[in-house]
Design a protein around this ligand. Structure first.
Ligand SMILES: C[S@@+](CC[C@H](N)C(=O)[O-])C[C@H]1O[C@@H](n2cnc3c(N)ncnc32)[C@H](O)[C@@H]1O
Length: 581
């Protein structure tokens, strides 16, 4: 831990080198909703000081029923991610494939339904206080015919011994938004229902990021205090966000810049999210060290963060990273200092039992335990011809070592599939030998393992213990993920087999997806596209690939153009891990 700092330096020409650069801001945003900022007309002065009381003990209608929370699958809150981090830190985690998993506050099961689908022998349970969300999730489970997952409409305060023990416990987006009593119970469940080598995941709003964000929350709660109707209040908050954003966008003073930067993250998010963060009575961000103290009181220990790179100093400049090394012996202190420096506002903390022995120095050998996936792509380079640069949306890496270059190229060809370390070594060595640049095999392997660990430590590549099952080749009768096929009937937002949630923008992909049931061959799919065209549901704007000339669709070229359209759409779906079998 702490090794990442070396990798911000650019290397000298003569030595073999790897340099890795991390991008700071990666979040993509959606289109803003237009809402006018106004003073609420329905201000009822009598109700100014009477906030609607929410009694979480009554499991009837909750605020999440009033304004359903948009939930989705999260790769970082999946048992496989928890197992990967546990393996890195020397634990022997429970087999994910046969694990018993509990998600507390599972909403409509969006995060665990893909887990149940991916691991048919696992036994998954989700509980939530919102009857409406649970019913929605149950309908989806039934439609998918999943037998290994149960969603229960239940207050987490009622979890008792009858629930038994779990290998993985997930509590995402709930802890810091609850009363102290419920918060204590969440950690109690993580301790008392976790098997000896189990791992719990708890995410929460954290300080210092939320110290500053609280100014916005205060402002919003102040402005909307008189509005009693929840939807109107949320709408007014969104409008206020827009107003503030406009008011501060061009300001050069520090306060405007701070408000503007904070707002950029929030103003385009769903209303339920804004409501949860800024309006709800309960939002109690806490420092990382405070959370760890509370976990300790329950008999739990800090295992790590779901994002390893946040535990390391690699994104700081070398002098800062070096200064942070003085806290090396006290991981909690070091991470807390990094939170101050990064102004962190959200954490995904993994916990294990207090007596669990952990290894804190990461050895490159550990890479052999995992499957590796990387979206790093070669980019045209730079000063030194021997040095090849690779980049993805998380950052970049450059190396003048043929073996490393060959390995990253091979991973790029395989993406989004992952490969074992031994396969990667074999393929990279073959590529180097083919280019007449034979290397010492033993040294090659360790160089590669070292580079992969460092690259993973910077968040640029993925390690997986149980690689997701999907295909990137197109079969005669293509079949898409049943979950995505179900989801796309209602919305263009789907979950892929890597548990990522995203919007499909390509109209042909959107149209085809529900029909990719493994029973229709290419001819049948072409007939569907043709039908779509006839009904005027799609219009084609086709240009010649080489000349750019506009093409008119005729009986002569229609079949060829539609075939290409179909192939392109299938390739796109394969590339985003939506095809199976
Ligand atoms: C902000 S949402 C998070 C949902 C989901 N985990 C996610 O991150 O997308 C919080 C969820 O916790 C549920 N919840 C709140 N209090 C609860 C309680 N006492 N017992 C069980 N679930 C509760 C809500 O109904 C809601 O679905």
């Amino acid at each position: 831990v702490g090794m990442g700092g070396l990798f911000n330096r650019k290397c000298r020409d003569a030595r073999p080198c790897v340099s890795i650069h991390c991008n700071a801001s990666l979040r993509k945003t959606q289109n803003p909703h237009e809402k006018k900022f106004s003073v609420a007309k329905n201000t009822d002065l009598k109700s100014v000081n009477t906030y609607p009381t929410i009694n979480i003990m009554i499991a009837t209608k909750t605020r999440y029923d009033e304004l359903p929370y948009t939930c989705n699958a999260m790769p970082y809150a999946q048992p496989d991610r928890l197992a990967t981090l546990a393996l890195l830190f020397g634990m022997t985690p429970p087999s994910v494939q046969t694990s018993r998993v509990l998600e507390i506050g599972c909403c409509d099961g969006s995060n665990i339904i893909p887990t149940a689908y991916a691991f048919p022998e696992a036994d998954i349970l989700g509980i939530d206080l919102s009857a409406q969300d649970i019913a929605k999730g149950q309908a989806q489970i039934q439609a998918l015919g999943l037998k290994n997952i149960t969603l229960k409409h239940q207050n987490l305060l009622e979890v008792d011994d009858r629930f038994g023990q779990f290998d993985y416990i997930i509590a995402h987006g709930i802890y810091s938004w609850m009363s102290p009593e419920v918060q204590e119970k969440i950690l109690h469940i993580c301790k008392h229902h976790l098997r000896a080598n189990g791992i719990a995941y708890v995410s929460y709003n954290t300080k210092p990021g939320w110290n500053m964000r609280n100014t916005l929350r205060d402002m919003m709660r102040y402005h909307t205090a008189a509005i009693t109707e929840e939807t109107a209040r949320t709408e007014q908050s969104k409008a206020l966000l827009e107003f503030l954003s406009d008011a501060t966008a061009k300001g050069e003073d520090r306060y405007s810049q701070f408000v503007s930067a904070e707002l950029n993250e929030f103003k385009q998010l769903p209303e339920s999210f804004v409501c949860q963060e800024f309006i709800n009575e309960e939002n109690h961000p806490l420092y990382f060290h405070e959370f760890i103290e509370r976990a300790k009181t329950q008999g739990l220990a800090y295992l790590g963060d779901a994002f390893l790179h946040t535990m390391l100093t690699g994104d700081f400049s070398p002098p800062i990273a070096e200064a942070l090394q003085q806290f090396k012996g006290d991981l909690i202190h070091q991470e807390q200092m990094m939170d101050y420096l990064r102004n962190r506002h959200f954490r995904h903390t993994l916990l294990c039992h207090q007596d669990m022995p952990l290894t804190r120095s990461l050895s490159p050998d550990v890479i052999r335990l995992f499957h590796i996936a990387s979206s790093l792509e070669p980019v045209a380079n730079t000063a030194s011809p021997a040095e090849q640069q690779f980049e993805n949306e998380m950052g970049s890496l450059s190396s003048d070592q043929p073996l490393i270059q060959a390995a990253i190229r091979y991973l790029a060809e395989q993406w989004p599939q992952s490969v074992t370390f031994s396969e990667l070594v074999k393929q990279a060595q073959q590529a180097v030998k083919a280019a007449n640049d034979a290397q010492d095999d033993v040294q090659d392997e360790s160089t590669l393992a070292d580079m992969l660990l460092k690259t993973y430590s910077m968040g640029l590549i993925e390690l997986q213990s149980n690689p997701a099952q999907f295909v990137t080749t197109i079969s005669e009768k293509p079949e898409a993920s049943p979950l995505a096929r179900l989801q796309v009937k209602r919305s263009p937002k789907v979950t892929n087999l890597r548990c990522e949630w995203f919007t499909i923008k390509n109209q042909v992909c959107l149209y085809l997806l529900p029909y990719l049931d493994g029973k229709r061959d290419h001819a049948a799919l072409l007939a569907l596209l043709n039908d779509l065209l006839k009904k005027g549901q799609i219009t084609l704007n086709v240009k010649h690939q080489e000349t750019g000339e506009q093409l008119t669709l005729s009986d002569n070229n229609k079949r060829e153009i539609l075939s290409q359209l179909l192939n392109d759409a299938l390739q796109k779906l394969a590339q985003v891990a939506l095809l199976i079998n």
